[in-house]
Design a protein around this ligand. Structure first.
Ligand code: ATP
Ligand code: MG
Length: 300
């Protein structure tokens, strides 16, 4: 809607886990590198936890696009299913014929055949379980069967489980000790720092622009966005999207504190409005930094 006004080719703060908009904060970069290493070296089992909206799904989408043709991937989002259905879902994601539904032994045999075939083609087989906090102990035990598929040197199925922090509680259950012992990589995604958030905003604007986004954010505006979002990418997106809308409606390309204030006030649902006037002391020449990042992006 406001794209032309700011010289953008598309919406910069769309809340979808689009790998094209993946921004490498230190920790996202580290997590991605470790995940790719785990998969490419057939290490087996990785676990990522993080607060709501911290970037877990975005990270997994970016991993899939990085792996490209080198991997066959099954992504399981709907974890509210029985453990048998979970295996069926995985098989169907891999395109394994569904004629064996209902027969667990045959199902496991088919999965094993598929996995072995991909191994001979030198292709990784990756199972990504998103929203892992919804999984039951039984389901986790079922999944463990997959981690047993291995050669002497390599795990044949690479398992990536993503979930909100309460997932850690489930995994502490004694029955899951054998599974936990198999985790070779674990990271917890924290919210972004103020500096990361500033670069994140600039990055997304440049990514969405036709070369040069025609918009600026004041230092005060950035502070307000950080105070409201606490560095959580999904909330940063929401505030920024609203702020651009308010700027557009006021015919200004300068997103300042008044614009952000209006954007936050209009955000629905605005359950903690009183927190918007509690700006923490965030140092650093934020506006300059954003300007620098935008300039950098323009030169690319
Ligand atoms: N590193 C990143 N680069 C670019 N955008 C990001 C990044 N991390 C998060 N986002 C943005 O924030 C939004 C929320 O991220 P995502 O859906 O990946 O979070 P999540 O941790 O999976 O959340 P949930 O716990 O609700 O499943 C995404 O739609 C994406 O636009
Ligand atoms: Mg998610």
């Amino acid at each position: 809607m406001y794209e032309t006004f700011y010289n953008l080719a598309g919406p910069p703060f769309h809340n979808t886990p689009n790998s094209r908009f993946f921004f490498e904060t230190e920790q996202h970069k580290e997590a991605l590198a470790k995940l790719e290493y785990t998969v490419r070296n057939r290490r087996g089992f990785a676990l990522i936890t993080g607060d709501i909206g911290s970037g877990k799904t975005t990270l997994s989408r970016t991993l899939i696009s990085r792996l490209g043709q080198d991997a066959k991937t099954a992504v399981i989002n709907n974890t509210r299913v029985s453990s048998q259905q979970l295996l069926e879902l995985i098989a169907s994601e891999f395109g394994i014929e569904n004629s064996v539904a209902g027969d667990k032994v045959k199902l496991l045999t088919s999965i094993k055949q598929f996995v072995t075939h991909q191994h001979t083609m030198d292709r990784a087989v990756v199972v990504i379980i998103d929203e892992g906090q919804c999984l039951t102990i039984d389901e986790f035990e079922e999944i463990r069967l997959l981690t047993n598929l291995e050669t002497e040197a390599h795990k044949l199925v690479q398992l990536l489980i993503l979930g909100q922090p309460e997932l850690r509680q489930t995994l502490r259950h004694p029955r899951l000790a054998p599974l936990i012992q198999r985790i070779v990589m674990y990271m917890h995604l924290k919210p972004m720092s103020f500096e990361d958030m500033t670069r994140y905003i600039a990055f997304r604007l440049v990514r969405a622009s036709k070369g040069r986004p025609n918009v600026d954010f004041s230092r005060e505006a950035l502070r307000m966005i950080y105070a409201r979002s606490e560095g959580v990418p999904r909330v940063v997106n929401l505030v920024c999207d609203n702020a651009l809308l308010v700027g557009y409606s006021r015919n200004t390309q300068m997103v300042d504190s008044q614009v952000v204030d209006a954007a936050i006030t209009q955000m629905l649902p605005n359950l903690d409005l009183e927190s918007t006037d509690q700006f923490g002391e965030v140092g650093g020449p934020a506006a300059d930094m954003l300007e620098e990042e935008l300039d950098h992006g323009r030169r690319l």
